[in-house]
Design a protein around this ligand. Sequence first.
Ligand SMILES: C[S@@+](CC[C@H](N)C(=O)[O-])C[C@H]1O[C@@H](n2cnc3c(N)ncnc32)[C@H](O)[C@@H]1O
Length: 270
Amino acid sequence: MNSAERFLQDFHQRRPGTTPPAFAKLSLTGRGSSYDMLAATLTAQRPEARLLDLGCGDGFLLDLLAGHCPTARLLGVDMSATELEAAHTRLAGRALLLNERAQSLSLTSASVDAVLSHLALMLMSDIEQVLQEIHRVLVPGGQLSAVVGRQFLLGELGPHYLQAFRAAARRDQLAPLALVDQRTQSEDGWRQLLGRHFRSLHFEPLDLPWTPTFEELWDALGDTYDLDRLTPANQALMKNQLHDSTRHLQRADGTLPTGWGLWLIQARAA
Ligand SMILES: C[S@@+](CC[C@H](N)C(=O)[O-])C[C@H]1O[C@@H](n2cnc3c(N)ncnc32)[C@H](O)[C@@H]1O
């Protein structure tokens, strides 16, 4: 396990359930949230299809899938035991939950009909090994659908955030932490990674609008990996700096226009 994975595991052990509150409320007209859009990619499955949510966190997507596909056999994998405890509570026995790393799954080969993953795949270290495992556990032709990050804070807010965070990281002398593989930051990179084991690759960029007030923005940032690494005093300094540098972006009603850039990726096991 490298330092990025150790950080992620520690973060999710301490702070389970931070993703659904941030993303379940953002939606595209007529399509719902990124969780809904991911669930909607499931093509007709046999009644007892085995569906795996990789990096399932507190089970929000599995809960949706239980509603969409009541006869399916649901599986969730996550390396954080506290995320899985929250998932156990949410799902009350409707899914089999496995506390393991995606790089080394205990599932037998060709035992899963579809793998879904919401905002987790791009965080997994040794992504090539993870994709090999997904391919191994999928039946031939099985479906992979993933929502992954594309751009953090869309529009003019993004560069202001980055500037403020970089200054804060320098003040705290934070060591660089590569949480994502650079290849997961472009469609070309994903095509390179997926091309080895998957066919029929399909990419859809999703821009989910978000118009928080500054205080709502700051509250949400408090649940991010970046802010978690800063000392409280430094967070307070960063908040002031970001507030000053984004004042001109605030609209008359006090909100800031921004959003989250994601990709919805679909593929079939070769
Ligand atoms: C940003 S959270 C998303 C949680 C959930 N999919 C959601 O969207 O609500 C990422 C999750 O991936 C899990 N994760 C990251 N790397 C993993 C790995 N290598 N193996 C298993 N789980 C992993 C983390 O523990 C965390 O629960």
